[in-house]
Structure formats: C-alpha cells, structure tokens
Design a protein around this ligand. Structure first.
Ligand code: MSP
Length: 510
C-alpha cells in the first residue's frame, strides 16, 4: 500500500481564520480524499502555529495570557476544519508538550551534528513578517524603514544561535536538480533554484528578546525563533524523535501544500534542517497562489477579509469548495467575487452536472417507475464512445491529481459531463419512450446513470456531500465510493430513489 502524508501550513493564531486558511485546508482535503479513494494509506495533518512575538503581542492586546489566548484562537481553526468537512487525521498545536519535545530533539540533533553555533545578530527586523531584511530590500518613507510587505522594521542586535545554511547551498542545488518534481509548479521551482544560486547566508534561529516560545536546550536564555519551531510540527505529528515508530516509517517524507509567501522557508530552510538532522527532505512542496477580493489585495485594514463561514452560508459548502478549485489553476492567484462564484457554480454545477442528474433521474422517477433496466450496450458506437471517454477522462484525472493539479482534473470531469448532456440531448430518452422503443430507452438511461456514477466518483474529493446525495439517489451504497468500483457496471435492474435538485441555481440578487 502506498502512503501519502499531506500537510497544511500551521496557521498563526493571532487572527481569526479567513479564506486563505480555508483554501489550503480544502486543497489538502481534496488530495487526501483522492488518495483515500485509491486506497492509499493517507495521513492528513493541519494545526496552529502558536509561538512568537506576534502572538505574545496579540495576547497582550486582548488582555489575556498567551496560553489562554492561544487555546481560544486555536479552537477557531479546529472548528473551521470540521465546518469545511475536511477529514484530518491530526491537529497539531505548537504549544503541546509533544511538539516542544520534538523541536528540542531536532535542535539537539542539529547541534550534535555541528550545524548550529552561537553568534551575534544585527539587522532590520519586521515583527509582522517575523523576518530580517537586508538594507536593499527596505522601503524608506518619512525617515522610517519598511519591509516589502509594508510592515515597519526595527534595528535589532542580539546574541543568537545560527544554523549553517550557507553550507547547504551546493547540496540543496544538487538535490533539486536531481529531483525537479520536488517543488511545483515549475515557476516556483525556478524561483527557488535562482534564490539558492544567489547565495545562502547562515540563518538566525533563536531569540532572547521575548519569551513566548520553545526554550533552546541547555540555554534557556534563548527561545527558538519561529521557523525552526514551526516547521518541526510536520515531524512531531509522526512521533518524532521516535523515528522507529510505524507512523514515521510509513509516512515520512511529506507532501507540503503552502502559500507562495512561505515557499522559501519550506523549500530552502526545511530540507536543510532535515538533511542536517539526517532525515529525508520533503517529497514535494506545492506552492499555491493568493486570493484577492474583487481585484484588491485582502487585508484587515482595507476591511475586505473574506469570512469562510459567510460565503459558505451564502452559497453552500460544496459550491465554495468547487468554486475555489475550478476557478483558477492551483498555483496561480485568483480573484474572488460574488459574480464569479455565481457564474461558475451555475454553469458547471447547476446547468451542467446538476441538470444531467436531475433530468435523467426525474425522467426515470416519472416514466419508468424509478426502475432502470440495465442494458449498457457497448455494441452501439455512440454508447461505447461515451463509456470509453469516461475511461480516458479518468486516466487523465488521475495523472493530474497525482501531481496536485486539481483544476485540470476537475476540467476533465466537466468535459465528460458536458458530453453526457450532449448524448442525452441527441438520444433523447423521452422521444424513445414516445416511440415505444423501450429497450433502446433503457440502454440510453443505463449509460447516463453509469456516466453520472463515474463523474460523481471523480468529483467526490471536491464535493463529497453532494456526491453522497447522488449516490443515495442512484441507490448505491456509500461504501462503493472507491476507485476499485470505477469500472464496475451497475447491477442488472436498478431502482433509484426520488431525486430533487442537488445544485439549485443561484439567483444573482444584485
Ligand atoms: N504560521 C505560518 C506557517 C508555518 S508552516 C510551518 C503562516 N501562517 S499564516 O496563518 O499566516 O498563513 C497560512 C497560510 O495561509 C499560508 O500558506 C498563506 O499563504 C495562506 N494565505 C494567507 N492569505 C491568503 C490569501 N489571501 N489567499 C490564499 N492563501 C493565503 O504563514
């Protein structure tokens, strides 16, 4: 059995969840569900990143101590996961004891491997970005300096531990040149490669200026600086430092899905930490793009943050899951607007897929006493053509999803559904009924039911609740939602259940 370990970034708890968090979590859920349909041994991890100066500051602003603040805020993220119908295997919090132990063990291992030394750090630091910037990256305005993100930076000098990142430049380059699929999409791969080629400096990995973090082993004047703490979460969840346990042996290394803003940390620091600790680097890092709101960058100060609860309440969960992953290529930036949701959902789900299910099933309900006499006729060129197309589409769908190309996989299914609607228009079971060609009518209906079943199976990772409803209408047990059954034709005579529209059209009230 193949194993598949998939992770979201762990989310900062200094704010409430927004569409960006929902997006990454649903992406991982789609991929996890897809691998489950293939009977792979899936482990899906998400969680919260709870240490650092930002959280310490946010808790003070909320007149709370950091621990109760993070308990409360982390709960919001956990709630969002189940609200979005994401089937995780574990939810990790960096304030958990298991994580502190794992982070300290990794640190010790790196220290023992001569990868860490004590030095002094001087530089321009942005609290909001939790990163240092070199002088030429800064923007100067009114005698103040700002990071490229717009956050103000301050001059900092402090004793700090360093990770010898500079020694990893050649090894990382060699690793990525021999493993070009380890970073996707390809544009991101090229970006990382040219960053590595431009030269890597040693990395400051501890702080003495605030307390909210994991203490550095044998020197508790220092706490670990966020990235070494945060990235280790992916190991903690598999039981690190016990690398002999079953979960670790079967599941490491991981596929990490991250936003483009945190690619560098995952594609450069993280593999270097791992190799420095004699562990395998990630199997793959896939960087997705960012959503804007009606053309504008999303930010709290602009007041245009998209609340996942609100949009799901307005359009429905599967509709939003579908929209987010069909509207833009996974990896590109996307623009969210009410019009684009309505257009996409109505076109693909209501008018195409929903229409196919509804017209076929309600015809059978009304005209055939809900029974289809199953007679798939592969002697008929038209019928065979459609059935063969579903197999071709399934193969393409799988090869796309094996590479996390969710939008392309969806497109293949949509094309199959479109073809099934054309077939339905052309062969018109209602005319066959009128002409009393009952055998041919049953052949056509059987074919349509079969294509609906196959398309539903493929769309299950994206719109799981709706597919369960369709399987109920088709009277097929939910345990048949598995790719083992893709080619299996339905039983001889099928009595379907009464259907009602799965994707009602959304009226554009504005
Ligand atoms: N805590 C770090 C990650 C540590 S992983 C070891 C972090 N957290 S975050 O909460 O700020 O961001 C989490 C994810 O949300 C990132 O992958 C980021 O790209 C994503 N998004 C934040 N805003 C977004 C959009 N507007 N659109 C899409 N994703 C966005 O970074």
């Amino acid at each position: 059995m193949n194993s598949f370990y998939i992770t979201t970034p762990i989310y900062y708890v200094n704010d409430k969840p927004h569409i960006g968090h929902a997006y990454t979590t649903i992406a991982c859920d789609i991929l996890a569900r897809y691998h489950n349909l293939k009977n792979n041994n899936v482990y899906f991890l998400t969680g919260t990143d709870e240490h650092g100066q930002k959280v310490e500051k946010a808790s003070i602003e909320n007149s709370s101590d950091p621990q109760s603040f993070t308990d409360r805020m982390s709960g919001n993220f956990k709630e969002l996961v189940s609200f979005l119908n994401c089937n995780i295997n574990d939810f990790i919090r960096t304030t958990e004891i298991r994580h502190k132990k794992a982070a300290q063990a990794l640190w010790k291992k790196l220290f023992d491997n001569n990868q860490i030394y004590l030095g002094n750090y001087k530089g321009w630091y942005s609290v909001r970005d939790e990163a240092f910037f070199s002088e030429n990256e800064l923007i100067k305005k009114d005698n103040k300096f700002y990071a490229p993100s717009g956050a103000e930076v301050e001059w900092l000098k402090e004793e700090s531990y360093f990770f010898k990142l500079s020694e990893w430049q050649d090894k990382l380059l060699e690793y990525y040149i021999t493993n070009p699929s380890a970073i996707a999409p390809i544009t991101r791969y090229n970006e990382v490669l040219s960053f590595i080629k431009s030269g890597l400096k040693d990395l400051s990995i501890s702080r003495t200026t605030f307390k909210w973090g994991v203490p550095v082993p044998n020197n508790d004047k220092h706490i670990m600086y966020v990235w070494i703490d945060a990235l280790t979460n992916y190991l903690t969840a598999l039981g690190y430092p016990n690398i002999e346990n079953e979960l670790f042996i079967t599941h490491w290394p991981a596929v990490h899905i991250v936003g483009k803003d945190i690619l560098r940390f995952h594609a450069i620091y993280w593999p270097a930490f791992l190799m420095g600790a004699n562990l395998e680097p990630p199997k793959k890092i896939y960087a997705h793009g960012w959503w804007t709101n009606s053309g504008e960058k999303i930010s709290k100060s602009l007041g245009n943050v998209i609340d996942p609860y609100q949009i799901v309440k307005t359009y429905g969960l599967d509709q939003i899951r579908y929209f987010l992953f069909s509207e833009v290529p996974f990896g590109n930036d996307g623009d969210f607007s009410h019009n684009s949701v309505i257009k996409r959902v109505n076109a693909d789900l209501s008018n195409n897929f929903g229409n196919l299910v509804q017209r076929v099933c309600s015809f059978i309900n009304k005209n055939c006493d809900s029974i289809v006499d199953n007679r798939i006729n592969i002697e008929n060129v038209e019928d065979k053509g459609l059935l063969d197309l579903s197999v071709v589409k399934f193969d393409k769908y799988k090869s796309y999803l094996d590479n996390q190309e969710i939008d392309k996989a969806i497109k293949e299914v949509v094309e199959l559904i479109t073809k099934a609607n054309v077939y339905c228009d052309k062969l018109a079971p209602w005319l066959l009924k009128n002409k009393n060609e009952i055998i041919r009518m049953n052949e056509v209906l059987s074919m349509l039911i079969e294509i609906i079943r196959r398309a539903s199976l493929m769309l299950f990772p994206v719109i799981p609740d709706s597919v369960k409803k369709i399987f109920f209408i088709l009277n097929i047990n939910e345990n048949k939602i598995n790719f083992d059954y893709f080619n299996q034709l339905p039983k001889l005579s099928v009595k379907i259940n009464i259907s009602s529209p799965i994707f009602p059209r959304i009226e554009n009230k504005t």
